[in-house]
Design a protein around this ligand. Sequence first.
Ligand SMILES: *Cc1c(COP(=O)(O)O)cnc(C)c1O
Length: 455
Amino acid sequence: MAEKIPYKIYLNEDEMPKAWYNVRSAMKNKPAPLLNPGTHEVMSAEDLYPVFCEELVKQELDDTTEFFPIPEEILNFYKMYRPSPLVRAYCLEQKLGTPAKIYYKFEGNNTSGSHKLNSAIAQAYYAKKQGLKGVTTETGAGQWGTALSMACSYFDLDCKVFMVKVSYEQKPFRREVMRTYGASVTPSPSMTTEVGKRILEAHPGTTGSLGCAISEAVEVAVGTPGYRYVLGSVLNQVLLHQSVIGLETKAALDKYGIKPDIIIGCAGGGSNLGGLISPFMGEKLRGEADYDIVAVEPVSCPSFTRGKYAYDFCDTGMVCPLAKMYTLGSDYIPAPNHAGGLRYHGMSSTLSQLYDDGYMRAVSVPQTAVFAAAEQFARVEGILPAPESSHAIKVAIDEALRCKETGEEKTIVFGLTGTGYFDMVAYEKFHDGKMEDYVPTDEEIAKSLSKLPKM
Ligand SMILES: *Cc1c(COP(=O)(O)O)cnc(C)c1O
């Protein structure tokens, strides 16, 4: 008789991934290169060294190497909280009455409460190895800033975080977690940078955006000796580090001979989704297997479903390289939405290319439906999910209900990227019936897209 499949699949130490997988190596159409925002010339490694750590630049630009060995120090850190469990959502399946089998990969088992620590520790490691004093970054909802402060304190690096002002004021708890790990946290836009001053002059009283915070963090990194800038999503290097999620998921499924039909993840900048799908996408690209791969985004920030595939600025201050991606325009300010981690105007260029080539699909969901799904999940699976993660839950439930209608016994795997304990104000709004579903008009999107750089 076949070995019984456990409710939660963990991996043994010898089954754990020892190298990250670079999905770009399997892509025929490679993601478009980063361009200089002034000259529109392709950015070389040397152009990027003043901003990013050297080793990370090499990973960023490498479209051919299939596997990057994970350094020993990072493997040791991963031992603190990995492997993360792959959980069979039996109770949810029962509640839905679906013949589908639902699995989720849970990345919320660490203090930062999300998958972001997987890349934060890698980026801090390479900064330390290069002999840097510290790093700068931006954070929106605060998950990335928290993960990075944990990683920096582990390697004894200074960490300067520019936190979108509205979150700085509304999410004091996340801010204090960062300070517990020794990071300095500045509300953005601030008067401490030239770009911050410029933005404040043009938009007095603005509560900030990720795009502004990025510009400030880059300015400080470039202007302070011994500092570099690090980013928690969107970039190829971040997807590479996050491939640990997908590699563990695949190893766990393979161990019991389970083949997923549908793989679902929420998409902000694309790092958790890119990481989760990487090894599966590799098989799909090589024609070895087929999977229905689904990106889920909020209707209020629909980069894939309503954006344009074009070169765009990555930040409001227009100091970062241009990236070709599905974008709503760097001027796009999404309506207040409680999934802070999904509010970026653009999308990973790797995922953008894969989406454009038809290897995956995307759906957008309204936030009240997302919170209804979050609550349904919390009640039967015992985890209070992050609003971002709940986008994937919503679509996993929809797919499972579709199976109920058709009688198909599909296997659904989704990424549960984190926990929502710091998002209780959002849950409160939902419970009080005060949450709104904002859908941007075509005019609004067209307006911000009209400011794309002329190529
Ligand atoms: C940041 C974040 C996301 C979205 O970021 P991606 O780069 O698209 O993965 C999703 N879930 C959680 C919990 C996050 O913190």
